[in-house]
Design a binder for this molecule. Sequence first.
Ligand SMILES: Cc1cc2nc3c(=O)[nH]c(=O)nc-3n(C[C@H](O)[C@H](O)[C@H](O)COP(=O)(O)OP(=O)(O)OC[C@H]3O[C@@H](n4cnc5c(N)ncnc54)[C@H](O)[C@@H]3O)c2cc1C
Ligand SMILES: NC(=O)c1ccc[n+]([C@@H]2O[C@H](COP(=O)([O-])OP(=O)(O)OC[C@H]3O[C@@H](n4cnc5c(N)ncnc54)[C@H](OP(=O)(O)O)[C@@H]3O)[C@@H](O)[C@H]2O)c1
Length: 516
Amino acid sequence: MGASTQSTLQSYLQQLFNSPFQFIYLLMQNLLDIFLSPNAPPPNADLSRPKIAIIGAGLTGVSSASHCVGHGFDVQIFEAGSRDILGGIWAKVNNTSGLQIHSLMYRFHPSVKWNQGYPDRKQIVSEIERLWERYGLQDKTKFDTRVEKIYKDEQGRWIINDPSQGRYDGVIAAVGTCGDPKTPHVPGQEKFKGPIYHSSQLDGKTAKDKKVLIIGGGASAIEALEFVEHEQAKKSYVLARSEKWIIPRNPVIDIILSLNILGSETIFSWIPESLLRIFFYRDLADLAPPPGSGKGIFTETPMVNSGVLDTVRSGRADWLRGDILHFTETGIMFKHRSQGVPKGGPGKQEHIEGDLCIMATGYERPSLGFLPDDCFEKNYQPPSWYLQVFPPGHMDICANNCTYVNAIGTVGNYHIGIYTRFLLMFLVDPLSRPNERLMKLWIDFTRFVKQRAPTGAFEFFTYAELMYWFVFVIVINPFRWKWAPFVLMGIGAALPKRVVEEENRLRERMKNGKAT
Ligand SMILES: Cc1cc2nc3c(=O)[nH]c(=O)nc-3n(C[C@H](O)[C@H](O)[C@H](O)COP(=O)(O)OP(=O)(O)OC[C@H]3O[C@@H](n4cnc5c(N)ncnc54)[C@H](O)[C@@H]3O)c2cc1C
Ligand SMILES: NC(=O)c1ccc[n+]([C@@H]2O[C@H](COP(=O)([O-])OP(=O)(O)OC[C@H]3O[C@@H](n4cnc5c(N)ncnc54)[C@H](OP(=O)(O)O)[C@@H]3O)[C@@H](O)[C@H]2O)c1
């Protein structure tokens, strides 16, 4: 046995004894990689059509591209930002940013290998880069190229911006949901003497011994609070104008919640809500959306964090519900509302002193306006598309991971590959394609099934619901059955491809027979 094999074996054994859970996690990831990752094409391989244009080089764009080339199809990625934006939003946020959900739910490609439960920004970007390099996507990515419009040529092939960029059989829009930082103007902002930063721009900033005002009550507000805690601020105030659920940073609980296959509030929703109030919020149940407020756990993306409530309990931070009236030189005039009182409702006015302010007010949504106008037909606008991502009438456009509004589950997981393979199936196999009428029928049917959902059918979904959609649309069309292992797991493409070749040949013969 060579010295290096011996030392690898030794390190595996050490890990098995020191941290068995991590060992099992690593082993599971290695097995997934071996069995489910498509092979990377050899350098300079001649990849075949259909050729796919991919818009965006975040984790969705890079993962989609790697699935396409891994299955032998050519791609071209167009990224608006420069090379250092590879990795999308994760390349832009603070070094202290990281996953709030467990990385088990953030496996954006079968080859991803996390060596910890909650990787930070740098590790996420490095996994995206590793994937990009592994599948030879360096020569297939055009940076500094914003896609402004796409349209079809006479042969029905997609042109991206202008014909000089090539012609494509399919398009994957992977523009994400977090674009530029959203920085609303708050009255009197100019008067405030301290600095005001957006929550994504905290690298190199200090908050030591400062009183910090955090505007916003979403996941970014929690991240900003973690940052100022780490910086040992004197006191922080989270100024939240609406109530959102916070759920524990526990993969078992998070996975169980995402298993609600109905994808909406049910008559049983009071059970997880009450359990959260009693065992998680405990003395701070006042911060949770109140019963009967219409803000059930399955109506809006919850925030995932376990430490925030302890920080509030410790007195180092106050979480205040209410409306910001205006800035003053030394703080913010705030109307503090009680639980259940809606935005703008009555409350107690108070002045909250602060030395610096963090705007955790979210991100602008990137535009899908480059898609043809007929993708935005009344009643069939995103996210109300076929499987949430295919605009009716355009089975060759997949807006992968960028149409959703709210969900319990995850953004970076296996569904990226599944959606990509749906597109590949539609492009390769004419008999598997849904036409516009059937796409609309599925949308209307899903609306009917979810007619009681307070959010409407598509504004909120759960991960289990996605999986049910995928299986359902495969089962209802017998021509898709042969593709099921490929679409759902990325394996077994050889058989359906051969069948489609035979069908094509048969069609060709029939056409020629008719002509003669
Ligand atoms: C701080 C932070 C933490 C997060 N944590 C989690 C988490 O724990 N769990 C979770 O599930 N999600 C989380 N998210 C959500 C996150 O957005 C997704 O998880 C995921 O990174 C989205 O990847 P994406 O590739 O779809 O989009 P992005 O990473 O946003 O990439 C989109 C890319 O498309 C490019 N682009 C946009 N428009 C165009 C155009 N017209 N032409 C060309 N290129 C274009 C952009 O420049 C960008 O590079 C977090 C988000 C933030 C901001
Ligand atoms: N590590 C993580 O998990 C993590 C970290 C950051 C972000 N993210 C993800 O990134 C996405 C964006 O999250 P986010 O927290 O940045 O944005 P967000 O969810 O949109 O939250 C923004 C918050 O700012 C408030 N707000 C906006 N404008 C305001 C104004 N003018 N005055 C007062 N309050 C205002 C909003 O209130 P209203 O709700 O009332 O509008 C909301 O509470 C989400 O998908 C989130 O899951 C994840």
